[in-house]
Design a binder for this molecule. Structure first.
Ligand SMILES: *[C@@H]1O[C@H](CO)[C@@H](O)[C@H](O)[C@H]1NC(C)=O
Ligand SMILES: *[C@@H]1O[C@H](CO)[C@@H](O)[C@H](O)[C@H]1NC(C)=O
Ligand SMILES: *[C@@H]1O[C@H](CO)[C@@H](O)[C@H](O)[C@H]1NC(C)=O
Length: 975
């Protein structure tokens, strides 16, 4: 306890607030009590052994299973373990493993099968390898089997057919192979079979027709072959059949056209061979995709009037578009392109979705033999959010796609070469209904319009939402845009809360797929944040699919979702009544102390909750949801950044720092970025990471490397920065490169301005703590930008009385040679610590020397030269052109004043910037005398933007730089 009291003491010293002090004391006393209360194991020892066997099989880089120690998983804080007590024996049994997004990389060991009371196995979104052990068939009580999104291989064990209580089976996105065992027909309670994106093969077993409760059969992206089992039509509540991208190669069973419950039939690219079946007896059908098959004959004339998405493209269909299609009220995407259809296109235009200006509708008739179209259809093409594509119909658009023969404006539009309907309208970022007009709120709060949806009845407020990230993997709509409102309502009703409490904050459609990635905000009913209990309840509802289990959702056009993430910005702290100020305080206060304190708080929160059903050991595994946008900083998924770097290929490595490796990446939109990937040990808690991102997102200055995005996904933390083509300053101070004086001065001034911004303009102020030549990056025009302040600590904040503490006591961090000697001795961090390091950089810029080399210290060497008056001897010979001794002297003096031992004696950044600007000005006036070897006209243009050296002002500087711009552009340098 001693150590902890000291830790808390320093925190309190920083923030003198007796209420908070009491909170800390209170917390500590609870910890003390709980530690003394002894620990008699209340868990089943067989189950404990099974969990430890699983833990031991995991490389666990994110240390998510660190808390799995001891012999009492149900009693002691095991991250992600949930139990129920058996009243007859008083023994607790493990009922749930919730280890999604834990970055686990090991195997599912057979010992897990010893958890015979397990109801929910949730190890989604990890990197688990190896096979699914047959022993998992011993989970007699299992309801949810969630191993999707891993790296599992091998075949499905027939023993899984014993899991007769199972309602949900998700093995999608793995590398599983082999057949679906016929024993799966015994899964009489299963509602969801999600096996998409594997390498499963063989036929779809007819036995599945015995799964009488099946709703969703999702098998797309596998190697299944035909014939398809007609008996599936016997399942009374089947709503989704999704088989896309399988080499089926046989006809659709006629019986399937009679599955009257069917909402969605998706057989894209399945080599289906037959004359198109009539689908008129599928009254509830909202989605049909039979494109990219070998269908012949005519389009089905009679289809459900509820159809939203209807795709028959890329077949060999003949005949006309049935006139009934023109009356579809909900149509969003009709795609009959690339067939042999003919006749005149009927009179589209009066359907509800076609007349509603806010709804997107895309009608694609490209590459057929249509001979005419109705004026109503033509009119549609001129309406907002509507597109009608006719390209590739020679009679309508001419024989080549850009040869437009019919001279009407709308025809010009529709006869242009176009993309696939799935490539348009990718992202929706809806304005949060009435909240848009509410005032903006400070992080982590978000503006919320409470009350009814009519603007007159809302009250504006600020609250911390829970952020839920889900993926609709099989919606009936193509474009989410028109369904945002619908979806918010559906979710709110499923959760039993008011509609205004749910807001879609972002929706992105997966490229060329119908799947939608959605970021949801869920707001508390009246308070400014959710209580721990509410948080836990909502989490459980999403993670257990309780939220979508009702008929309203499971029969809805939203389809099933993948649960990707669930978090709230300050959950772990809020739960203890510590406000955001305290969070910042802890970060600022003392690093070691805050870590200890945060750990204690977490322990207390969890300890408090030790009940027969222990809940919410979430925070250890809490990660930020990909998709949340913090003021212009984009959240990337792990997959996106892996793609950008070719799976973090060694060829993309730019360098390695204390934080981890840095990669060059090319994003999907072609933008080149630098990606910093935290290595093991550099990862931060989610709250701290989030706090830091939020801080960085507010830092904008042209002399600071801009943070573009971040990733907190799959147990990895990464920062995405603008890419700096010029590499580091240090790389240019080399004997083989000549750099002129003006260029050097420009870099020094830019660097100083960047640091000045961090000290005075950033809110809260930031002390860099690690200014050095290799942290100063250059863009392709040699403009300097300070990097790596992302890992710096905040400057001290005013306390409650408004007084600013003079320094921050913290662990000494920095690089030898640049390290402020006073800071090193006293551990007191001030703005002058950065001033010292900047002085050293300035000396490097002038002399080209390293801070420490061959036992020589740059500060000492320059001081000596100044004393002897021989300053030209230490000027960098690679400077090529520079002003006289009189020009160099003030710069050296400034640098040395920055490097004084006593911080008091050093100038402030603002003085330094002013002085550098003066030197800049004087250099210009002395230029005609001392810089004879350069064209004075260039120099006067060059110096004409005094005080504001912009990138353009130096663009034409050709002197002093041997490396041409071209050479620099291709250069990739470690940071
Ligand atoms: C799990 O049960 C099996 C069979 O009962 C046993 O052989 C194995 O040792 C158990 N695993 C552990 C880790 O105790
Ligand atoms: C499970 O399915 C298999 C094959 O379909 C069958 O032979 C077996 O009897 C079934 N077992 C039970 C317990 O129903
Ligand atoms: C069609 O949908 C309606 C409304 O969701 C539902 O009540 C009805 O049972 C469905 N029809 C069939 C045959 O499932």
């Amino acid at each position: 306890m001693r150590l902890r009291i000291i830790a808390a003491g320093s925190w309190m010293a920083w923030k003198r607030n007796s209420v908070r002090a009491l909170v800390v004391m209170f917390i500590m006393s609870i910890v003390a009590m709980s530690m003394m209360s002894g620990s008699v194991a209340l868990s089943d020892s067989v189950e404990t052994a099974a969990l430890l066997a699983f833990k031991n099989a995991q490389p666990d880089p994110g240390k998510y299973l660190r808390s799995w120690t001891g012999n009492d998983p149900c009693g002691h804080l095991w991250n992600g373990i949930f139990c129920k007590q058996d009243p007859s024996t008083n023994l607790s049994h493990v009922t749930e493993i919730r280890a999604m997004n834990f970055n686990l990389r090991g195997k599912l060991v057979p010992d897990l099968g010893n958890l015979t009371r397990l109801e929910r196995l949730n190890v989604m979104n990890n990197g688990l390898t190896g096979q699914i052990p047959p022993a998992l068939g011993r989970f007699g009580n299992l309801k949810l089997f969630l191993v999707n999104n891993n790296d599992l291989t091998g075949e499905l064990p027939p023993e899984l057919g014993n899991l007769t209580n199972m309602t949900r089976f998700q093995i999608d996105v793995n590398r599983l192979s082999g057949r679906i065992p016929p024993q799966f027909g015994n899964l009489t309670n299963v509602k969801h079979l999600h096996m998409n994106n594997n390498s499963l093969n063989g036929t779809i077993p007819v036995d599945l027709s015995r799964c009488g409760k099946l709703n969703h059969l999702i098998l797309d992206h596998n190697q299944f072959s035909g014939p398809l089992p007609p008996a599936l039509a016997n399942i009374p509540g089947l709503t989704i059949i999704q088989l896309d991208n399988n080499p089926i190669g046989s006809p659709l069973p006629l019986s399937w056209a009679g599955i009257s419950s069917l909402l969605k039939l998706s057989l894209r690219n399945c080599s289906i061979t037959q004359t198109t079946p009539e689908l008129g007896s599928l009254p509830n059908l909202t989605f049909i995709d039979m494109s990219y098959n070998n269908l012949t004959g005519v389009l089905p004339s009679n289809i459900s009037s509820h159809v939203i998405t209807l795709a028959f493209s890329n077949n060999q269909l003949e005949g006309i578009v049935p006139t009934q299609y023109a009356a579809l009220n909900e149509i969003q995407n009709l795609d009959v392109s690339n067939n042999k259809l003919n006749g005149s296109i009927p009179a589209f235009g009066s359907g509800t979705s076609l007349t509603n200006s806010s709804q997107i509708v895309v009608l694609d008739f490209q590459n057929n033999n249509f001979t005419g179209w109705d004026a109503a259809t033509s009119d549609v093409a001129s309406r907002p959010n509507k597109e009608v594509w006719l390209t590739g119909n020679p009679r309508l658009c001419g024989s080549s796609s850009d040869n437009v023969i019919v001279p009407q404006p709308t025809q010009l539009l529709v006869c242009q070469p176009t993309q696939s309907a799935l490539q348009v309208y990718g992202t929706v970022v809806p304005a949060g209904e009435n909240a848009a007009s509410c005032r903006s709120c400070g992080y982590p709060e978000v503006a919320v319009a409470r009350g009814s949806t009519s603007a007159a009845n809302v009250t504006c407020g600020c609250a911390v939402p829970i952020i839920v990230h889900i993926r609709l993997k099989s919606p009936s709509f193509t474009y989410m845009d028109s369904y945002v409102d619908y979806f918010e309502g559906l979710t709110a009703r499923a959760l039993g809360i008011a509609k205004w409490q749910v807001r879609v904050s972002n929706a992105t459609r997966s490229p060329n797929l119908y799947a939608q990635d959605i970021t949801l905000f869920v707001f508390p009913a009246s308070n400014s944040s959710f209580s721990q209990e509410e948080f836990d309840d909502l989490y459980t509802q999403f993670a257990s699919w309780i939220v979508s289990a009702g008929d309203e959702w499971s029969l809805s056009i939203a389809g099933p979702y993948d649960f990707l993430d669930f978090t709230t910005a300050t959950a772990s702290m809020k739960a203890n009544g510590l406000d955001t100020g305290a969070v910042v305080g802890i970060v600022v206060g003392a690093v070691a102390a805050s870590a200890a304190l945060a750990a204690l708080i977490t322990m207390v929160v969890l300890r408090r909750r030790h009940a027969d059903y222990s809940r919410a050991k979430l925070y250890g595994g809490m990660s930020l949801p990909p998709g949340i946008n913090i003021k212009g900083v984009k959240a990337f998924t792990f997959a996106e950044l892996a793609r950008a770097t070719n799976d973090f290929n060694v060829d993309h490595e730019l360098g390695q720092g204390g934080y981890g490796k840095v990669y060059k990446g090319v994003l999907a939109d072609g933008i080149i970025v630098a990606i910093k990937r935290a290595q093991e040990g550099s990862m931060q808690g989610a709250t701290q990471f989030y706090t830091e991102i939020e801080l960085l997102s507010r830092v904008h200055h042209r002399n600071l490397v801009q943070l573009l995005g971040f990733c907190n996904d799959r147990g990895e933390q990464m920062l995405v920065y603008e890419f700096m083509a010029g590499g580091t300053l240090r790389d240019h101070l080399i004997p083989t490169e000549i750099m002129g004086f003006a260029r050097r001065l420009h870099i020094a001034l830019g660097t100083a301005r960047g640091i000045l911004y961090l000290h005075t303009e950033a809110d809260p102020p930031i002390f860099h703590r690690d200014i050095k030549a290799s942290n100063i990056l250059l863009d392709e025009r040699m403009n300097a930008k300070v990097a790596d302040f992302g890992l710096s600590k905040l400057a001290p904040m005013p306390d409650l009385n408004g007084a600013i503490p003079q320094h921050v006591s913290t662990i000494v961090k920095g690089t030898p040679g640049y390290l402020d000697p006073e800071y090193f001795l006293t551990q007191k961090l001030t703005d002058k610590t950065d001033v010292y390091s900047f002085g050293v950089v300035l000396l490097e810029i002038i002399t080209g020397m390293f801070p420490i080399a061959y036992g020589k210290n740059i500060v000492r060497e320059v001081n000596r030269a100044m004393e002897t008056g021989d300053i030209m001897s230490i000027a960098d010979p690679q400077m090529d052109t520079y002003p006289s001794k009189q020009g160099l002297e003030p710069l050296l003096k400034l640098a040395l004043s920055c490097c004084q031992n006593e911080s008091e004696a050093r100038p402030r950044m603002v003085d330094i910037v002013r002085e550098l600007e003066d030197i800049w000005r004087n250099t210009k006036s002395s230029v005609s005398g001392s810089m004879k070897d350069m064209p004075s006209s260039t120099f006067s243009i060059d110096m004409s933007h005094l005080g504001e050296p912009s990138s353009d002002s130096f663009q034409d500087v050709s002197y002093g730089m041997v490396n041409s711009k071209g050479q620099l552009e291709g250069k990739i340098d470690p940071r």
